[in-house]
Design a protein around this ligand. Structure first.
Ligand SMILES: Cc1cc2nc3c(=O)[nH]c(=O)nc-3n(C[C@H](O)[C@H](O)[C@H](O)COP(=O)(O)O)c2cc1C
Length: 245
């Protein structure tokens, strides 16, 4: 890539990024981790509140413990998931999850820590709104932006990355990483050199998702359309989860 990245090179980078769920044990140099974090530091945030901080985890015992916490929580997810019609079930849950190679095997795991007190940078009215206009939604959008840039920057530097959503296991994770009570950890991003070729990507076509000037109601999808989309999506993306979630 030339020093001055063209628009087309940027598009190539965006298309090249794939979720990577298994990594080689080869170490990732500190300078690369720092550059990836530097990219994320430049993420957009509402009113520039910058809620993010990062914990760079390399210690194997800590990664093993994270994987254990994750897998325990996944047993309930699996129980619920298997009650779904099989053709729309998340492919990572065709069987009981018993390993998570990405969290255990990535040389580096970045915990994305958020401080929701920074939302006070934004307009006062967002504190009185719920849903989309509300402060909570803005907070998670900010954290998502930082997470996405970590993944994109990892790709730019020849690495792979995975977006791991933290859910019911957040408190256990916070205790392990000694994250203060007031803060959150919405995502983890394992980073390393991919140990396999991730499955081919799938995205809906541009013509299906772009409207001009106003929403073209004739293309509004029915409930059946959405169900068929989900079944098709699961067929197309099954291979992406060969190494679990
Ligand atoms: C909000 C959000 C949550 C996600 N959670 C997870 C996750 O917990 N585990 C995981 O392996 N991937 C997770 N992903 C990654 C998506 O599964 C992935 O981006 C999508 O399947 C498209 O595949 P690609 O990243 O290879 O293009 C998440 C992505 C987003 C934006």
């Amino acid at each position: 890539m030339t020093e001055k990245m063209s628009g087309d090179e940027f598009l190539m980078l965006v298309r090249r990024r794939r979720s990577c769920r298994k990594f080689k044990s080869d170490p990732v140099p500190d300078e690369l981790v720092e550059k990836i974090l530097e990219a994320s530091r430049w993420a957009m945030s509402g009113a520039n509140g910058q809620p993010w901080e990062f914990i760079v985890i390399r210690n194997q015992a800590t990664k093993d413990k994270i994987a254990e916490i994750f897998l325990n929580a996944r047993q309930r997810v699996f129980a619920v998931e298997r009650t779904r019609v099989e053709e729309v079930r998340m492919p990572a849950y065709t069987h009981r999850p018993d390993q998570v190679p990405s969290l255990k095997g990535a040389p580096v795991v970045i915990a994305v820590v958020g401080d929701s007190r920074t939302l006070q940078a934004s307009v006062l009215s967002s504190n009185f709104s719920f849903g989309e206009g509300g402060a909570g939604a803005g907070y998670y959008k900010n954290m998502a932006n930082a997470t996405q840039l970590l993944c994109l920057a990892a790709t730019a530097f020849g690495l792979g990355a995975q977006w791991v959503s933290v859910s019911s296991w957040e408190e256990s994770l916070k205790a392990l990483l000694k994250v203060p009570e007031e803060l959150h950890v919405p995502t983890l991003v394992p980073i390393g050199y991919p140990d396999y070729k991730p499955a081919p990507p799938y995205r809906r076509k541009l013509a299906e998702i772009v409207h001009h000037e106003e929403y073209d109601r004739s293309r509004f999808r029915s409930g059946d359309d959405i169900y068929n989309f989900l079944a098709d999506l699961r067929r197309r993306t099954r291979e992406a989860y060969v190494h679990g979630i």
